[in-house]
Write a protein that binds this ligand. Structure first.
Ligand SMILES: Cc1cc2nc3c(=O)[nH]c(=O)nc-3n(C[C@H](O)[C@H](O)[C@H](O)COP(=O)(O)O)c2cc1C
Ligand SMILES: CCCCC(=O)C(=O)O
Length: 370
């Protein structure tokens, strides 16, 4: 299972692989089980094609979108990924400066190796208006969740991303094979220090446990920060989440690291978007590698898309500059695809423009319609 990783970001992954110890590269690259969901995230985009519209005139074009009352320059954000200091000594601070410089919002999280306060400070050094969100798991001890929320809010995060696809930890085949289960000495999950129940100086472990809707309700009642529910794939869960007051949903199979039998995120997206019916923004991540992937996801109902591994590859290979250049290039690629599709705004991309390669038929929406 520690074989070669191919795919559209192979040119980025390869320099990172050369840079990193095998077990760290594998931690970033790997997925659960047979890595089917991991592969499918990229492959599913490859099975979809875009039908461009022609003669739509208008030379003006903007890639901006509005997400939770903020204008983003592009429908793109950095998804939360763990342990950036394993990729590069400057870690999350470098990612934060790079994302801010590229005009791309960043989701940092509990598994960061830099505290949320330092991540936000790094982003704001670059751009005083940089958007930073904080990702967390509901903690079995509600006071721990409360304290994490307080820290994120005090640091200046403008939304919380609650990841709910992890009632248990996915079986990461490469990590099991390599015996990788801990950060090396000197690195720690800084946000998990000095919490209720932690020993002085030692971070609390990040527990995976089967939280319920009641736990989420408690969090909803506790904070006015917008809540984004991450890891929703079933349309019925999407409906419940909206009823429970979630401000946005993030369709994700966790980069293929949790349920290996899960569909590709982009395959689950249309049914979730239908279920949500425009009541809150739908975001997605998983396998987004090119401008046309972004356009496809938007056409199928996403407001914006998250990028996971490619950011880690750019960080490992070329640090802050690498991440800034990668995100800037991806933004430009999306703008180019938008133009070629005959669009002036992201919302001009519509579901009728997405067809299955080989059949030219619209992909199934996943749920019977009536
Ligand atoms: C190394 C790594 C660490 C991750 N850590 C987290 C995490 O701490 N919390 C979380 O919600 N998702 C985590 N994810 C999932 C990402 O947020 C995202 O859903 C996924 O990486 C998107 O797919 P992509 O890597 O194909 O772009 C992680 C993914 C990777 C690859
Ligand atoms: C304990 C860290 C969890 C990070 C995570 O969610 C992942 O590696 O996918």
């Amino acid at each position: 299972m520690t074989g070669k990783d191919t795919g559209p970001t192979h040119h980025l992954a390869e320099p990172a692989r050369k840079q990193l110890p095998q077990e760290h590269y594998d931690f970033f690259a790997g997925g659960a089980g047979e890595e089917t969901a991991l592969r499918e995230n990229e492959n599913a985009f490859g099975r979809l094609a875009l039908l461009p519209r022609v003669l739509r005139g208008g030379a003006d074009r903007s890639t901006g979108v509005s997400v939770l009352d903020r204008e983003w320059p592009a429908p793109l954000f950095v998804s939360p990924t763990a342990f950036h200091r394993l990729a590069h000594p400057h870690g999350e601070a470098a990612t934060a400066r790079a994302a801010a410089a590229a005009g791309v919002p960043l989701v940092t999280g509990v598994a960061a190796t830099t505290s949320v306060a330092d991540v936000v400070a790094a982003a704001r050094e670059q751009d005083a208006d940089a958007v930073v969100w904080f990702q967390l798991y509901l903690h079995p001890e509600p006071e721990v969740t409360t304290e994490l929320v307080r820290r994120a809010q005090r640091a200046g995060c403008s939304a919380l991303v609650v990841t709910v696809d992890s009632p248990v930890f996915g079986r990461r085949t490469r990590d099991l094979h390599n015996g990788f289960h801990d950060l090396p000495p000197g690195l720690a999950t800084e946000n998990m220090r000095n919490l209720p129940g932690s020993e002085p100086g030692r971070p609390l472990p990040i527990p995976m446990w089967p939280a319920g809707w009641d736990d989420l309700r408690r969090l909803r009642e506790q904070t006015d920060l917008p809540l984004v529910l991450k890891g929703v794939l079933h349309p019925d869960d999407a409906r419940i989440a909206v009823e429970q007051g979630m401000d946005a949903l993030l369709v994700s199979n966790h980069g293929g690291r949790q349920l290996d039998a899960a569909p590709a995120s982009v395959e689950a997206l249309p049914a979730v978007a239908d279920a949500v019916a425009g009541r809150v923004p739908v975001l997605m991540d998983g396998g987004v590698r090119r401008g046309s992937d972004i356009a496809t996801a938007l056409a199928l109902g996403a407001r914006a898309v998250g990028i996971g591994r490619p950011v880690l590859w750019a960080l490992a290979a070329r640090g802050e500059e690498g991440v800034r250049e990668y995100l800037t290039a991806l933004r430009a690629d999306f703008d180019h695809v938008l133009a070629l599709c005959g669009g002036h705004r992201p919302q001009d991309l519509t579901a009728d423009q997405v067809v299955e390669r080989g059949t030219a038929r619209r992909p199934s929406r996943g749920e019977p319609t009536c």
